[in-house]
Write a protein that binds this ligand. Structure first.
Ligand code: GLA
Length: 666
């Protein structure tokens, strides 16, 4: 019997060939279960994606109906699939897993998004709701995303099953996809050859305090400077544009800066407010934390100052070189360079041996026309375990003044231990009140940054003590999550616009672009896509947030520099009204943010909050409260667009943005 089968086979083929006029072309349909795909690119906010079982590792079960096959996930969940135009169908049963045991607290929505369109959106589903069927024709489609969100009430108990989820395809097998990466495209034009004065138009100083301001200007060198109506006590170095001296009499001084080179002359008003207020526009500078952490040294700080000049950042208004944590002694450290006497016999704090001469360092920074910043904590220890200021606040302020610092970041850290009672508002204010009082007594201006991560709604009272206040935790705490954090901390400032005004700013942390230090301590490029970097800088500029670069200033590529040095974007950030933008319109994943500027124009950011699909946005003049024709300018490219009348359509890259400025035509 066994020997006969080749004969049958031959006969079968022969018969088939006789009847078939042409060889069969049809490629068979195949099936690929979601559970058989590589799910390592799935993103979910809690737990680990499970195959053929629930997130609680039990048999998949929705309203009593059990499934052998499927994927157990948790909100918020997202998984991208490249359909390769070969998938014809996707089907699944979705619902909350019975093991969620949530007592009614689960609530989720499932979505299937394809090529930018939502082809399926479930109703809000709760534990015990019958599974919902998905059955979609995907012929000719390219990219799909499966998504689960928390239905707007947080992710607790949001256990989400994609049961019997299967792709039917013909030809190429679908593969996992990744979010949009995009390209580094430099949009900022190179500065023109004629002079342009950049940065702030208003500057605050206290009577009798040493004055230092370097007029930021671009254009062919040499540029020479002149200032009309210069207040008594100040002198200008016409070659460097550096203003120094002391104004003894308080008052408002309306000056005019004139910058000229071989190709032209420009003028820009510059108001000096000599009174109690400092930092009349958001601070611009660099900070060592996100690139150097505990490795920071005197040499690194000097190199940062050199780089701020050599890169040209100083010509756009960047002025602070700020040392973060790790310059003091680290009690208990095994590293000899961090050991030593914490304070001298008079209680004055010592720097560690990596900073042999703090005064000389601050002098060096000043000699470049820049300002110097330092860091400490109101607790006994800083966040990285170095000596803090508790009990020595007055001595430390005196020391910083002696050394010649101009900026202080006062970081809560271990201060919680010093609070004996509950953490009420008075307790939260106490260390900042104390340090502000000592700062006020000094013959030198120190700008104070409150770093306490937003506790007690610091935006409501930070201004009583300092010039800026961190509104949230560390933007770069988890390196891989910087992008997500921008959307939480940056876009989360919507609604806090009333707390920003000249001399007091919401601070969502530093600009995390260029090279940064990752969790392993390696110095690597930012994890942000180029579009996300545009979004980060555009949003911060619109928020009137301090523009403090946190990357490696001594090793920047042209792209990073171009992001930091767009003069028209800086004008928006440094606008004298210091208004924080807020969200004025939402269109699905699109958000439009806007703020009013001193000249009556509006600055606008259009942001796509989706990281996978390009989205269309409609800018309506009516949303801006403007009627009639408007001049509209693309800020990144510094080019006018055709006039805006009624509305204008934009296509925005995934996680990308547009920065615009609109003026009503007369
Ligand atoms: C905290 C701050 C950071 C940084 C570190 C230094 O985490 O929020 O900005 O200063 O401390 O240890």
């Amino acid at each position: 019997m066994r020997a006969l089968w080749p004969l049958f086979l031959f006969a079968f083929i022969a018969v088939n060939c006789m009847f078939a006029e042409e060889p069969a072309k049809e490629i068979p349909q195949q099936r690929l279960f979601l559970s058989d795909m590589d799910l390592s690119t799935a993103v979910q906010e809690w737990g680990k994606t499970q195959i053929n079982r629930s997130i609680r590792e039990t048999k998949l079960s929705i309203a009593g109906k059990q499934f052998d096959n499927g994927v157990g996930t948790h909100a918020s969940f997202s998984y991208i699939v490249q359909l390769k135009k070969s998938v014809v169908n996707f089907s699944a049963w979705v619902g909350v897993d019975d093991a969620a045991d949530s007592g009614g607290k689960s609530s989720i929505r499932f979505y299937v998004e394809v090529d930018g369109e939502t082809l399926f959106a479930s109703p809000i589903m709760r534990e015990g709701d019958e599974a919902v069927r998905i059955d979609l024709n995907l012929t000719g489609k390219d990219i799909l995303r499966l998504r689960v969100d928390d239905a707007g009430d947080g992710i607790n108990f949001d256990h989400a099953n994609w049961a019997d989820a299967v792709f039917t395809y013909v030809g190429e097998k679908p593969l996992p996809g990744t979010p949009w990466v995009g390209k580094k495209v430099i949009l900022t034009p190179k500065p023109g050859p004629k002079p342009r004065i950049n940065g702030p138009k208003v500057f605050g100083v206290r009577p009798g305090s040493p004055f230092l301001f370097t007029i930021p200007a671009t254009g062919n060198q040499p540029i020479s400077f002149f200032v009309e109506n210069l207040p008594k006590g100040l002198t200008l170095d016409s070659k460097t544009g550096r203003l120094t001296g002391k104004i003894l009499e308080s008052g408002t001084y309306d000056c005019m800066i004139i910058a000229s080179n071989a190709l032209g002359v420009v003028k820009r008003p510059f108001k000096i407010e000599c009174g109690e207020k400092l930092a009349l526009t958001p601070h611009m500078g660099w900070n060592s934390w996100y690139i150097w952490g505990e490795d920071v040294t005197d040499r690194i700080i000097r190199e940062a100052a050199d780089a701020m000049v050599a890169s040209g950042m100083i010509n756009y208004g960047y002025q602070y070189i700020n040392i973060d944590d790790c310059w003091a002694i680290k009690p208990g450290s095994q590293d000899p360079t961090l050991q030593g006497q914490e304070r001298d016999e008079n209680g004055m704090i010592n720097a560690n041996s990596r900073f042999p001469d703090m005064k000389a360092l601050a002098d060096y920074i000043h000699s470049k026309g820049l300002k110097a910043g330092i860091y400490t904590s109101p607790g006994r220890r800083t966040c990285a375990g170095f000596v803090g200021s508790f009990g020595y606040e007055e001595e430390d302020v005196r020391r910083f003044i002696e050394w010649g610092f101009d900026f202080l970041k006062y970081d809560w850290c271990s201060y919680t231990h010093e609070i004996t009672k509950e953490m009420n508002l008075e307790e939260l204010k106490k260390p900042y009140r104390l340090i502000a009082e000592y700062l006020k007594e000094q013959p030198r201006d120190i700008v104070l940054n409150l770093c306490q991560y937003g506790m007690g709604e610091v935006w409501k009272w930070g201004k009583e003590f300092g010039q800026s206040w961190r509104t949230s935790g560390d933007l770069g705490l988890v390196f891989e999550k910087i992008s997500q954090q921008i959307y939480i901390d940056g876009f989360g400032l919507d609604g806090l616009e009333q707390y920003s005004s000249p001399g007091g700013y919401n601070d969502p942390d530093y600009l995390l672009i260029g090279n940064l230090r990752n969790q392993k301590g390696q110095r690597v490029p930012t994890p942000l896509t180029p579009d996300e970097q545009y979004t980060h800088v555009t949003l911060w500029a619109l928020l009137a947030a301090p523009l403090i670069f946190g990357g490696d200033i001594a090793n920047m590529d042209d792209f990073t520099l171009s992001l930091l040095t767009n003069s028209e974007l800086i004008d928006i950030n440094q606008d004298s009204l210091c208004i924080q933008a807020n969200c004025i319109a939402k269109q699905g994943d699109i958000q439009i943010w806007s703020k009013r500027l001193e000249d009556g124009s509006k600055a606008i950011g259009i942001f796509n909050l989706d990281n996978l699909f390009t989205k269309k946005a409609v800018l309506k003049a009516s949303d801006l409260g403007i009627e009639g024709k408007c001049r509209i300018r693309n800020i990144w490219t510094q080019k006018d667009l055709p006039d805006l009348e009624g509305e204008m359509m934009f296509e925005i890259n995934p996680h990308g943005c547009m920065a615009l400025r609109v003026w009503k035509r007369e």
